[in-house]
Ligand binder design. Sequence first.
Ligand code: ADP
Ligand code: MG
Length: 341
Amino acid sequence: MTAPERAAGSPLVEVENLTVRFIGRDLDICVVNGVSFTLDRGSSMCILGESGSGKSVTLRALMRLFPPTARLQGAIRVDGVDVLALEENRLRQIRGGLISMIFQEPMTALDPVFTIGQQIAETLVYHEGISFRAADARALQLLELVQVPSARRRLEAYPHELSGGLRQRAMIALALACKPKLLLADEPTTALDATVQIQILLLLRELQRELGMATIFVTHDLGVACEVADKIAVMYAGKFVETGSVEQVIDHPRHPYTQGLMNSTIHADMRGVALDPIPGAPPDLTDLPAGCPFAPRCAAAREPCLAVQPELAVLEGGQQARCLQYAPGPAFSEAALLKAS
Ligand SMILES: Nc1ncnc2c1ncn2[C@@H]1O[C@H](COP(=O)(O)OP(=O)(O)O)[C@@H](O)[C@H]1O
Ligand SMILES: [Mg+2]
């Protein structure tokens, strides 16, 4: 097998045992703690979980978008590139080139003092070294690709002159400008109203297929996850607690936390429904319990759950769950149910 053939057959993204700490004068907090996953070329994954679980930090780690207080460990390879070893100037080429990101608030990415057309053209000139004339033509194609009506006129518009939905489309056009192999999307529709949300999600799904791009979505919205993903990773207190295909995780959730999320949100139209009604609150990351971080909120918790941190167990069909009930050995089965006693 030649090197390019091997590259084509290998996953686009390989993350191994990623940890992210923030260290400051009065601060030392580990917010992502041993995350591993792979993502195939052209496929889509969703990271799902309550606020504060470490979803955005995991996503940002793929582009190393952090303040200097962040310490990253583990390995991140995207298309064979060792992201954690990259020099700053190479990293700048990768951002917006190989990997692009869209945010909940388009103004994070768009500059208020330049027109949409100028910003897209500028990106193309920087990354692809093409002329401004060629870049202008490509900017128009991109706005048409993301279905902005009257695209030619919109190229001349400043971000504040566009509606929320159109600004989001403009940000997507900017993110797609250099044909990224990986698109990262951090709650890209949360700030939009329900009809615009679904339009943007369908657009992203369509673009992902059309352009053969891999995407990682972050969301706290179960409906969004079902809409856009091939596989789902459920995150809790800085770790993946369940992973699997959408069908596996939605139809047969195995971790009590995922089951809680499903029970609290399943109904005919789940879109736009936030995940929250599991009793209790996520743990304080600076003061994690000794055992399973979900145990204090878990109706199925038993004695060992308070002392032992569960590993991810591999279940039928490759689904994984980080819960002692799936660990080999008698520890869980022979202990009394804590909540029952
Ligand atoms: N730059 C930072 N410095 C210190 N703590 C941070 C920083 N960024 C995020 N955190 C903390 O990391 C945890 C996870 O945050 P985040 O990934 O944004 O959660 P979410 O799952 O809601 O996206 C939170 O407790 C947050 O306060
Ligand atoms: Mg977030």
